[in-house]
Design a protein around this ligand. Structure first.
Ligand SMILES: Nc1nc2c(ncn2[C@@H]2O[C@H](COP(=O)(O)OP(=O)(O)OP(=O)(O)O)[C@@H](O)[C@H]2O)c(=O)[nH]1
Ligand SMILES: [Mg+2]
Length: 318
């Protein structure tokens, strides 16, 4: 196991792929490998790219990869597949779109299923971000569809949230108001080659102005045509400016704290849940249930179970 982590930290892409697979499978193996991985973190910039389906998030990310590679940075990308029948093609689409980077040792791209976990991001996302960090990624980009609850999710993990929209997306502006507006650090109006881009920018501008400057930061609005590679430098410049703002104001620690909170809850919840479901089908459980049938108080028995489980969890730490 630690041999694998050693390979990972030396920048081996195959080792990274293996680690992510183990992490996605979950269970004790995932926990023990992540314990090792987390000894090698540098906490690089995590950029969330969120927005409605089909606005050009993957195309934009493809351009961002090129730009960051020019700056000599290693890039990790996680594309979260919404696993909905509507956008089921996303997985293949992302692979095809970003394929030209597949042979580059400084770029690692992975699609993940959200598996219907709460929110748009898979539960394993925090672990995958750490794995890419230990691999040596200087920038980690997370693609996810946005809207309502999903955006709140991405803001747990990303230091900078980029909201991508396209011209004349009335519905999407509504969707954005339901969540993305609150968490977006910058807006990209993509497909600016299509009519209506200026109007869309105007709408976003009004909405941003209405909600006001947040902690000294007014989210910039950048116009792009990702398919033509236009406006990309401006996006990178705005992302980097936001990072600088986070670092200079100390807000970065708040973002990291948010990540840490979500992660601790995730890890503890998963381990407890695994242990509890094992316990639920054990003979011991049978005995406890019998006691309740013959008069024991189920609340008191549940207390006993919690005590037992926590002892077990801590004594056989994976
Ligand atoms: N006209 C125009 N089309 C674009 C532009 N950028 C992307 N597209 C097209 O929009 C479609 C969707 O692009 P994607 O990059 O897959 O969009 P996405 O947001 O990642 O989509 P999902 O992952 O399915 O939510 C593709 O057919 C792209 O070629 C652009 O700047 N202008
Ligand atoms: Mg996509």
């Amino acid at each position: 196991m630690s041999e694998l982590v050693e390979k990972l930290t030396s920048g081996d892409k195959r080792a990274l792929a293996r680690v992510i697979t183990i992490v996605e499978d979950g269970g004790p193996n995932a926990t023990s490998i992540m314990r090792e991985v987390c000894k090698h973190l540098k906490n690089p910039h995590v950029i969330g790219v969120a927005g409605p389906p089909g606005v050009g998030k993957s195309t934009l990310i493809d351009c961002l990869i090129t730009e960051y590679r020019k700056m000599g940075k290693r890039v990790g990308v996680v594309a979260v597949d919404p696993t909905s029948p509507l956008t089921g093609g996303a997985l293949l689409g992302d692979r095809v779109r970003m394929q030209k980077h597949a042979l580059d040792d400084g770029v690692f791209i992975r699609s993940m299923a959200s598996r219907g976990a709460m929110g748009g991001l898979s539960r394993a996302i925090g672990a995958v971000i750490h794995a890419m960090d230990a691999f040596g990624a200087d920038v980690i980009i997370v693609e996810t569809i946005g809207g309502g609850q999903l955006d709140i999710d991405v803001s747990n993990y990303a230091h900078t949230v980029v909201a991508v929209l396209q011209p004349f997306s009335g519905d999407e502006i509504q969707m954005m108001k339901a969540g993305l507006m609150e968490v977006a650090d910058l807006f990209v109006v993509n497909k600016a080659d299509l009519p209506g881009a200026e109007q869309t920018i105007r709408m976003i501008f009004d909405a941003v102005r209405e909600s006001g400057r947040r902690r000294g930061w007014l989210p910039p609005i950048v116009k792009t045509s990702a398919a033509m590679g236009e406006g990309i430098k401006e996006v990178v410049e705005a992302i980097e400016r936001h990072w600088k703002h986070l670092v200079e104001t100390g807000l970065i620690d708040e973002r990291r704290k948010r990540f840490a909170k979500a992660e601790i809850v995730d890890i503890a919840y998963q381990r407890l849940r695994d242990e509890l479901s094992r316990f639920a089908s054990s003979e011991e459980m049978d005995g406890l249930a019998e006691r309740v049938v013959y008069g024991a108080n189920p609340y008191e028995v549940a207390d006993e179970v919690l005590y037992l489980l926590s002892e077990r969890l801590l004594s056989k730490k994976p």
